[in-house]
Write a protein that binds this ligand. Structure first.
Ligand code: MBD
Ligand code: FE
Length: 281
């Protein structure tokens, strides 16, 4: 059985929902004034859309049915991270002076296998795809290398599937927490990921089809880079010239996030160097 035959929106959605619940940022004190301000503006924006487009009752019912289905398919994490998160990231990263970040998306799982120094990510013996060496240095804003910084990396396989969100892939495939060596460098051997397609059998795919949009994200490598006393950065790196880099459905590509791979000096596959400067916490 191949992943392709059995990956379903409901399957990846259920995993994404469960993962989100286990890692969600706190549900602390309720600031009533803030809730009222944000909820009022959000609802007013929706009311304005209804007036602008003279929404019919048929369309209102279609909206209700669709919203119900997003929940049934477990696709709220996917839908929100594809269409909303990029603006949340924008307003929360304006203060940064170091490495550029972008959205996290729905497929990060804490607790990947840890290693230090040169590492080959967990992968299947016959893992498909171009061998890819991802390497660089983690430093502070003054360029001082940071030993024992952590590069927590996760990405899709050569068919565009993520472990733990598609069936038949080993649990930590293409995921790892790689700590920098004493000179602040990391060297990660992996394979190039493929572009990611939003599942077309779920509610998010149904909206994309109905609107006539395309359903793709460019190939990307996710990272969370951290070190003691530094602000964690969540980012994604993309491949220069890759399909959909100019037309990401999640609007999460930035020029600073482009990788320019070269043929590997080992003769096998490709390599690229990408450095991260971390802001103080
Ligand atoms: C992904 O792989 C992703 O990174 C985002 C942001 C949304 C959906 C799928
Ligand atoms: Fe992704």
């Amino acid at each position: 059985m191949t992943t392709t035959e059995h990956a379903t929106a409901a399957g990846s959605g259920a995993s994404a929902t469960e993962t989100f619940r286990s890692k969600a940022r706190g549900e602390g004190h309720v600031d009533h004034a803030r809730v009222a301000a944000v909820a009022t503006d959000a609802l007013t924006a929706l009311h304005d859309v209804i007036r602008k487009h003279d929404l019919t009752y048929d369309e209102y019912d279609a909206l209700k049915a669709w919203v119900i289905r997003v929940g049934e398919d477990g696709e709220w994490p996917l839908f929100l991270d594809v269409f909303v998160e990029h603006v949340v990231e924008e307003v929360n990263s304006a203060h940064r002076r170091g490495a550029t970040g972008t959205i996290e998306g729905p497929y990060y799982v804490p607790g990947a296998p840890e290693s230090t120094g040169e590492t080959t990510l967990a992968m299947r013996p016959d893992e498909a795809g171009t061998p890819f060496l991802f390497q660089g240095t983690v430093s502070d804003l003054d360029g001082n290398p940071l030993a024992d910084a952590c590069v927590d990396i996760w990405h899709a396989d050569d068919a565009g599937y993520y472990s733990q969100f598609a069936p038949g892939i080993p649990e930590w495939n293409l995921r790892g927490r790689v700590h920098t060596a004493s000179d602040g460098t990391y060297r990660i051997h992996t394979v190039r990921p493929a572009p990611y397609q939003i599942p077309n059998d779920g509610a998010t795919g149904a909206l994309i089809d109905a609107a006539g949009w395309h359903s793709w994200r460019p190939a990307h490598i996710h990272v969370k880079v951290s070190a003691p006393g530094k602000e964690l950065i969540t980012s994604q790196l993309y491949f220069d010239g890759g399909q959909y880099v100019d037309d990401d459905i999640a609007q999460a590509v930035k020029p600073e996030l482009m990788l320019y791979p070269e043929p590997a000096t080992s003769g096998e596959g490709e390599q690229v160097t990408y450095d991260f400067a971390l802001d103080p916490a």
